[in-house]
Ligand binder design. Structure first.
Ligand SMILES: Nc1ncnc2c1ncn2[C@@H]1O[C@H](COP(=O)(O)OP(=O)(O)OP(=O)(O)O)[C@@H](O)[C@H]1O
Ligand SMILES: [Mg+2]
Length: 275
């Protein structure tokens, strides 16, 4: 399993948005099947965002894995296709249920179980996480952070206890520092400064792309958030073990794909841009 864990020091700094973006971008690029695992012990967002059935997802996965062990078949079977085109195992909304499911899964995760998958796990705030085994197994950890001195300091603190060989910082919001400065001071591998882009953020949460092409062309402004997250994902691929790197995109297209292939409505967004 290639495992990319997305989390944050204290929460509320766009971890879920970044996880949805990285999973969507990887799915569009091709390569191993991508599963977004919502492993946030403070409760999930995807069930409400995408209106998926409460009884499925993480709770059912935990029950099945306890009986028969964790396998990639099981993980796939509990992933649902979200309207954005991403396959996801969603966490229950209630934090008590999410926490119980994650605690049951904690001893069952092993790196060699899902060789054929790219799992993007959204663990939420690391300080309250019940998915610490996932964090310790990660090939790459992406920490979503605010851009203030205080928020970056908390992020640096979190980086200090992460064992993953590659740690990237995805900054949302006002930031007075450059990416190189953040990489150097936080001892990170990579840093992306993500633009404020409510439209991309909404599309990642399943919002429909505006219908009128003219409106879309203006509103899109080339989806700066989607492109920034996609570029981060592409850079991070080189830090995955060689056997786990997805096939290069044969068309050489940046995400969102301009071919019309790939997840909806992201692909249709690009199709609209072409007109
Ligand atoms: N670059 C951005 N531009 C505009 N809005 C954004 C951006 N990134 C995130 N948002 C919005 O900010 C809100 C919080 O983001 P998100 O849910 O991803 O944070 P989080 O770190 O997962 O929060 P929590 O710790 O509560 O799980 C969401 O409404 C999301 O759509
Ligand atoms: Mg979240």
């Amino acid at each position: 399993m290639a495992l990319v864990v997305v989390g944050s020091a204290k929460g509320g700094t766009a971890a879920t948005t970044v996880a949805l973006g990285l999973a969507g971008a990887a799915a569009v690029r091709g390569g191993p099947e991508v599963v977004l695992l919502e492993a946030d012990s403070s409760g999930g967002d995807l069930e409400l965002d995408f209106d998926v059935p409460a009884a499925s997802g993480l709770v059912a996965l935990a029950a099945a894995a306890r009986r028969g062990g964790m396998t990639s078949v099981l993980l796939r079977a509990h992933a649902q296709l979200l309207s954005s085109g991403v396959r996801a195992v969603h966490a229950p909304v209630a934090f008590g249920q999410a926490r119980t499911a994650l605690e049951a899964l904690e001893p069952l995760w092993r790196a060699d179980q899902f060789e054929d998958l790219l799992v993007v796990a959204d663990v939420g705030a690391l300080t309250t996480s019940r998915a610490t085994e996932l964090v310790s197994l990660a090939d790459v950890v992406v920490l979503a952070s605010g851009g203030s001195r205080v928020q970056l300091t908390h992020t640096a603190d979190a980086i200090g206890v992460i064992l993953a060989p590659t740690v990237a910082v995805a900054v949302t919001g006002e930031c007075a520092y450059g990416p190189e400065e953040i990489v150097a001071h936080l001892d990170a591998t990579d840093c992306a400064l993500l633009p404020h882009d409510p439209l991309s953020a909404a599309v990642l949460r399943g919002a429909r792309v505006p219908k009128r092409a003219g409106q879309w062309r203006r509103a899109a402004a080339r989806f700066p958030l989607l492109h920034a997250v996609s570029e981060l994902g592409t850079r991070l691929e080189s830090h995955l073990p060689a056997s786990k790197v997805p096939d290069p995109d044969p068309a050489g297209t940046a995400w969102p794909a301009r071919t019309g292939a790939g997840p909806e409505p992201l692909a249709s967004a690009l199709a609209a841009l072409e007109h």
